[in-house]
Write a protein that binds this ligand. Structure first.
Ligand code: SAM
Length: 306
């Protein structure tokens, strides 16, 4: 159950860490690199999970807990974990129906699914796993694979509001990867909530990786629209306190964030929050930005307490 599994993120997610995997892996604690074993792994802002799946392909992970505040995302993870075959059946039907259509009909199909998805939200039971979860997760993955730029963005009411994309032959149902992700998630604790919900799962020696929503590099770059709740500077401060609390109990902590100094050399906000820890600056390609301007190489901060 704990053996390495080759799987990759099943969703494209804003802030996805694929570009940074090498830099993060190089900074893992030495004892983990040497033993090939992670006893407990906790990731409180899981998003698409690029680093978790990467680690899962290389190491034995004995216990893991993945947290995110986005309930649609955690619903998707739970469905992939528990019902991969039923999900694959729904997705392959969506894929067949969609790919058979011409471009105008695809648009109509897309907006039809988007509307059903949004309408269902208000009376949906997010508490107890049932058959409707499988359909909802298949709609979410369908929308993620066929929307413009492949990101998951919600308005203040929580509605998915990304327009239709124009991919020629999007892979809507990657059955092999869904099965692999399901194996990678076997026995993993999945929690929907604030990052502090991870507290009961963290003890001495736990490896924690934090990838919070980026602090916008400019005032106009509204890059924090992952979901309807913005991550403010107060949240960044709350996170830094949490990081210090976990440091004191002996957890091994790794954190990434955008580097405010890349835009404004005088901006020491994150440097002062994480003063006393090791802070590295690395170059990373940013995958998604609302206006495309941030696509070049930018500087990224990696903080660790070991
Ligand atoms: C930068 S993304 C993580 C990207 C991820 N590392 C990846 O590879 O795709 C940040 C994530 O934090 C989540 N988030 C925002 N506020 C949160 C909070 N207060 N507690 C937990 N998760 C939160 C968002 O829903 C989003 O999925």
């Amino acid at each position: 159950m704990n053996k390495p599994v080759q799987a990759k993120p099943f969703l494209k997610w804003a802030g996805g860490k694929t570009q940074l995997l090498r830099e993060l892996t190089a900074r893992l604690p030495r004892e983990i690199k040497e033993s090939g074993v992670i006893k407990t792994y906790v990731e409180p802002f899981i998003g698409g999970g690029a680093f978790f799946f990467h680690l899962k392909s290389m190491f034995v992970i004995e216990n893991a807990c993945l947290v995110d505040i986005n309930r649609e995302l955690i619903l998707g993870y739970k469905v992939v974990q528990q019902e991969p075959d039923a999900l694959i059946a729904c997705l392959s039907k969506l894929e067949r129906d969609y790919l058979a259509l011409g471009s105008q009909a695809r648009r109509v199909f897309y907006y039809g699914i988007r509307e059903q998805y949004n309408q269902q939200m208000n009376q949906f039971d997010y508490q107890s796993f049932n058959e409707d979860w499988i359909v909802r997760a298949s709609y979410m993955i369908f929308l993620n694979k066929t929307c413009y730029n492949g990101l998951f963005r919600q308005n203040h009411k929580g509605e998915f509001n990304v327009p239709h994309g124009r991919y020629k032959k999007p892979k809507i149902c990657d059955a092999d990867n869904i099965r692999a992700v399901s194996r990678a998630l076997a026995g993993v604790k999945l929690v929907c909530g604030d990052f502090t919900c991870s507290r009961p799962y963290i003890g001495p020696g736990t490896l924690g990786y934090f990838d919070p929503p980026y602090r916008p590099l400019t005032k106009t770059a509204s890059f924090t629209t992952y979901n309807k709740d913005d991550f403010t500077d107060d949240d960044q401060i709350r996170l830094a306190h949490y990081f210090r609390e976990l440091d004191e109990i002996g957890a091994l902590l790794l954190l990434s964030n955008s580097d405010p100094k890349a835009v404004n050399a005088d901006d020491s906000f994150l440097d002062s929050l994480y003063q006393g820890f090791t802070i590295d600056r690395v170059r990373a390609k940013r995958s998604i930005n609302c206006n495309g301007r941030g696509r070049g190489l930018i500087s990224e901060l990696i903080v660790r307490n070991y």
